[in-house]
Design a binder for this molecule. Structure first.
Ligand SMILES: NC(=O)c1ccc[n+]([C@@H]2O[C@H](COP(=O)([O-])OP(=O)(O)OC[C@H]3O[C@@H](n4cnc5c(N)ncnc54)[C@H](OP(=O)(O)O)[C@@H]3O)[C@@H](O)[C@H]2O)c1
Length: 275
């Protein structure tokens, strides 16, 4: 069994270079899958209050023989709990459901610009970090303007921005801004849609004697983007994590660059809304 190497966040904490996604799993499925993922070697587990599976994730952690200190646990603040006081209550509710004293990374799930509460939520997260309930704080689905405003109004840059990112939606502009502020990029929906059947990816899979998913995930690793693939299947979980023993070369990376197509699959953060 191998585990992913660690990267260093802008606050000094370490984070595994690959994680395990848990959406859309219910408590029971998440418990089973996270138990398997931990046995497979995953050490970064990604959940969210809105996934409704924090209790299952918490059970998996408690029943695992892996020390809490060796697991990097991420959860996210749901839209209905944005705002200073509500965010602190939301965090406490997540900690209770997860049955842990702290999370390694707490993210604002979506900016929800129409609510205009993300700066207040961010101030609450800064406070929660000071009192130890969270180690690192970050955001998800934040656009350049949202990031710039957070930094300007609080002076604190997120450690992470978790965004939709795949080979045909490479988010070059956001990644440039992340690099400027030392923000690490996490990629959700890393396997994209139809990419595993893309002829370019299939040719690279044949060239390296790897699966298309492994080629895709290796590209993330070489770009220092943390992918958080989800799988309910232990064989695919293990295969997805086995990408630390080969290299894509310059020509392979150039082939990936040509796959960019601006192909957003999920919600647009500028307009995405939720209660
Ligand atoms: N921050 C956000 O707003 C946000 C939004 C969406 C997702 N996320 C997070 O990101 C995680 C990953 O995103 P995602 O689940 O949407 O997409 P994904 O991980 O790119 O794809 C998951 C799908 O791919 C399949 N799969 C996994 N490994 C495979 C392999 N080796 N070969 C073939 N198929 C494979 C899975 O099926 P099987 O289970 O059958 O293997 C599942 O249907 C989520 O679980 C969640 O934690 C965050």
């Amino acid at each position: 069994m191998s585990t992913a190497p660690l990267l260093t966040l802008n606050d000094g904490y370490k984070i595994p270079a690959m994680g395990f996604g848990t959406y859309p799993m219910n408590d029971q499925d998440a418990e089973t899958a996270v138990q398997a993922a931990l046995l497979t070697g995953y050490r970064l587990i990604d959940t969210a209050a809105s996934y409704g599976n924090e209790t299952g994730v918490g059970h998996a952690l408690k029943t695992s023989e892996i020390e809490r200190e060796d697991i990097f646990l991420t959860t996210k603040l749901r839209g209905a709990e944005q705002g200073y006081d509500a965010a602190l209550k939301g965090l406490d509710a997540s900690l209770r459901r997860l049955n842990v004293d702290y999370v390694d990374l707490y993210l604002i799930h979506w900016p929800l610009p129409e609510k205009d509460l993300y700066v207040e939520s961010w101030k609450a997260m800064i406070a929660a970090q000071k009192d130890g309930r969270v180690r690192s704080i970050g955001v998800s689905n934040f656009q350049p303007a949202h990031l710039e405003r957070l930094i300007q109004e609080t002076g604190v840059a997120p450690a992470v921005n978790q965004i939709e990112l795949h080979a045909d939606f490479q988010q070059a502009e956001l990644r440039r801004i992340h690099a400027r502020h030392g923000i690490l990029t996490e990629g959700w929906r890393p396997l994209g849609k139809g990419l595993m059947d893309n002829p370019v990816i299939m040719a690279l899979a044949e060239k390296h004697n790897r699966t298309p998913a492994q080629i895709i995930l290796r590209w993330f690793i070489q770009n220092t983007i943390i992918p958080i693939p989800k799988s309910g299947n232990p064989d695919r979980m293990a295969a997805n994590l086995s990408v630390f023993d080969f290299q894509l070369d310059e020509a392979d990376l150039a082939a990936f660059a040509r796959l960019e197509a601006g192909n957003r699959l999920g919600g647009n953060p500028d307009t995405h809304s939720e209660e």
